[in-house]
Design a protein around this ligand. Sequence first.
Ligand SMILES: Cc1cc2nc3c(=O)[nH]c(=O)nc-3n(C[C@H](O)[C@H](O)[C@H](O)COP(=O)(O)OP(=O)(O)OC[C@H]3O[C@@H](n4cnc5c(N)ncnc54)[C@H](O)[C@@H]3O)c2cc1C
Length: 503
Amino acid sequence: MQDYDVIIIGSGMGGLVCGNLLMKEGFKVCILEKNRQIGGCLQTYVRDRVIFDSGVHYLGGLEKGQNLYQIFKYVDILDKLRLQKMEEDVFDKILFEGDDKEYVYAQGYDNFINKLLIDFPEEEEALHVYCDKIKEVCSKFPLYNLRSGGDEHEKADVLTIDTKGFIDSITANPVLREVLAGNNPLYAGMPDKTPLYVHALIINSYIESSYKCIDGGSQIAKYLSRNILNMGGAIIRNCEVKKIIVEGGKASAVELADGSRMFASHFISNVHPVRTLEMTDTDLIKKVYRNRLKGLENTIGCFTLNIVFKKDSFKYCKHNYYVYNEGCVWKTDVYTEEDWPLGYAAFFGASSKSPDYAEGMTILAYMKYEEVRQWEHIHNTVSHVEDRGEEYEAFKKQKAEILLDYIERKFPGIREHIKAYYTATPLSYRDYIGTEDGSLYGIAKDYKDSLKTFISPRTKLPNLFFTGQNLNLHGVLGAAMSAIVTANALMGNDDIINKIRNA
Ligand SMILES: Cc1cc2nc3c(=O)[nH]c(=O)nc-3n(C[C@H](O)[C@H](O)[C@H](O)COP(=O)(O)OP(=O)(O)OC[C@H]3O[C@@H](n4cnc5c(N)ncnc54)[C@H](O)[C@@H]3O)c2cc1C
């Protein structure tokens, strides 16, 4: 007996958007989420009455007619979201130790070029070459431009371009090279690895328009899930899938933590593909394919410092900061215990209660999983609390203080404004969000092996599909696009794209 047409494992951005798209096509969908809170990286949490985001610090492509705007409009959440446009003339500031200048990224391509020309007056040609290339690369991705009937070969020639190699090729100015790669924590950029298309699809969306969610990004999950329920679908929380059962050459059911089974015609996994395959015990999925996926590198994780400010104490600003040691934009992940951190990203939370003063700020600094591996056997989630002990708490405290000393160099006196701070490590991300090894964005794309790291939504089982950040691209926009790819694969056509474009 089929309980549902489609069971989706995981309620991250990919799972929720897939659920919306398929319900709108008449499929009866059920989403199973292991956590109490839905949304995966869309989750927020409250400390000292201040809302902090797990993984939605800002969004691109939300201006009328742009890609995320159209997707949100089609799934009918656009008008409900409380959004705040970031500063037109600066959405990101790139700062370096030993350099007092603040290099800015502005919204709109002409504005972007003009603002950088103030600091790099000799580099007009390089800036034009850069922007033209970004736009050209983006134009090769039909779905990104909400074009149906795309030809897969269209983008073949841009998949193999190296981000750092390209940036270094357009200018000999060492500072501009660093500035143009300055928000690479957004995609955990790696030299000689990160393809230009990843950089381009992401930076383009923010140059086109940059927004923050007021009071956090969990509202995206809230409205997407409400739609599913309103259309007659189901979302079951605290419901961990342990196994995908295969019978007669296809997936027939999922087995839950309590041993019960749920049946459906189709299954979509929003969980990391390697984990998904580990749950799927069948010879139909060959060892060589499993090993190929297992062999792919995940992006690095991070240490998070969430600062709660004293009331009306620290001015709120509508832009983010990316701060680095000199020459370290591409090297922040190769730190040692002595020189950590080599850079960080800082995001202010937009609050409806306090528009002028920041209630909270989130600082992210790369952290390798090895640093917390000794505590990996201890799991800690909202519904299952295990204590990692005093040594772990001391480790976090030490890291937070080191990071604060570093932050203070660019934000002198910031400590005086702090009421309290809270920390998270790659283990927190592993446990709360379910990302593999606490990895920030899942599988790292590689320009040298572009097809290998471009994961298909299809598996060897005709009715089991992947979705989410590990497919085409990560990020809220990337995971939403992956959901469209998955829905297309399940339905066998790409009609949804036209519907989104014309929404
Ligand atoms: C620190 C950080 C900052 C970020 N900042 C931004 C940003 O500013 N802007 C932006 O656009 N993107 C940002 N991102 C990226 C973005 O949030 C993610 O790429 C995207 O939300 C991932 O969506 P997903 O569909 O892959 O699902 P995920 O968020 O990975 O969710 C997967 C879901 O599956 C559930 N699950 C796992 N296993 C099981 C199981 N066995 N049974 C049932 N459920 C299960 C998990 O609990 C989770 O809810 C950030 C990410 C991080 C980590």
